[in-house]
Design a protein around this ligand. Structure first.
Ligand code: FE2
Ligand code: FE2
Length: 305
């Protein structure tokens, strides 16, 4: 049963890949990097941030985590190959997607290095540590992978774009926005592929969705100090439980019209009820945390006059 959904999707993958290729526009990482900021680096000399640099720690954490997550690409490609196979349209998509993802770490690292945003030694050690772990989310089935990557591409788009908005750096803003636009096209591909999977086997897909949504976490668990970075990123309002609920989970489930599916078996119908209750709970907890964050922020901001 499980293999047949993926087999049946093969022609849809072909069509969505064609749509993707006609909407994706070519871009060049080197054209976005502000090279004029660069200066010679002397081996062994300690790194210093640019004078007067005031980037908040949550924004620095977001850049660090976003970049190391992009660096971990080999294992996401491996996960896609394991889940969907490397043949036919699935294989074509995997290769094209890998090529597009590869430029994200290129452009981010070049910008970070010439702008001296992060200590390059700490960054390189972080990359070695993360990539040496070989850890990537590994959902248990091809259908689970499909749902996971749909949510994850959107979550990544949101994280990149919210990082862009938090930057006081025009070049950085354009770079993060450009990367977020790629992630958006990846999201649209998986979002519509998942919708096609729901049409093939709604009960199977809803059961899978409940488990994926219940356990969803951003990739990055192999990154040193990940939980500290996660809190700083949430404190900066870049990516938090509220953002996940409001900008990722709720709109995607709405698009899939999960609450309106009428042809579910009894087990899937119960799974849907549990999932929708879980999503509401996530929304409530996220909203409470967001209010507390805004209150903390207001208390820390000196009042005028
Ligand atoms: Fe990416
Ligand atoms: Fe992506």
């Amino acid at each position: 049963m499980a293999a047949s959904v993926i087999d049946e999707l093969e022609p849809v993958v072909g069509k969505l890949l064609d749509r993707h290729l006609s909407s994706a526009r070519e871009w060049f990482p080197h054209e976005l990097v502000p090279w004029e900021r660069g200066r010679a680096i002397v081996a062994g000399q300690p790194w210093e941030p640019p004078e007067g640099s005031t980037m908040p720690s949550g924004v620095l954490s977001a850049i660090f985590v976003n970049l190391l997550t992009e660096d971990n690409l080999p294992y996401y490609t491996r996960a896609l190959g394991t889940a969907f196979g490397a043949e036919g349209s699935w294989g074509e998509w995997m290769c094209r997607w890998t090529a597009e993802e590869g430029r994200h770490s290129i452009v981010l690292r070049d910008w970070v290095t010439v702008s001296r945003i992060l200590d390059p030694v700490a960054l390189e050690r972080g990359r070695m540590q993360q990539v040496s772990c070989g850890v990537a989310p590994d959902p248990w089935s091809a259908e689970a992978t499909l749902v996971y990557v749909a949510l994850q591409e959107l979550a990544t788009r949101v994280a990149h774009f919210n990082t862009a908005k938090a930057l006081d750096d025009e070049a950085g803003y354009e770079i993060m926005k450009r990367v977020a636009a790629d992630e958006n096209l990846h999201f649209l591909f998986y979002r519509d592929l998942t919708r096609a999977a729901i049409e093939v086997d709604p009960s199977l897909m809803v059961n899978v969705m409940e488990r994926v949504v219940g356990a969803f976490a951003m990739p990055g668990t192999g990154i040193a100090g990940f939980s500290g970075h996660t809190s700083a990123i949430a404190d900066a309002g870049i990516y938090s439980l509220a953002v996940y609920h409001d900008q990722v989970l709720a709109p995607t489930l709405r698009y899939w019209q999960v609450d309106e599916l009428s042809n579910l078996d009894a087990e899937a119908s119960q799974a849907r009820d549990r999932m929708l209750a879980h999503v509401k709970r996530v929304g409530r907890i996220g909203e409470r945390a967001e209010q507390q964050r805004l209150q903390r922020q207001a208390e820390m901001t000196p009042s005028k006059g």
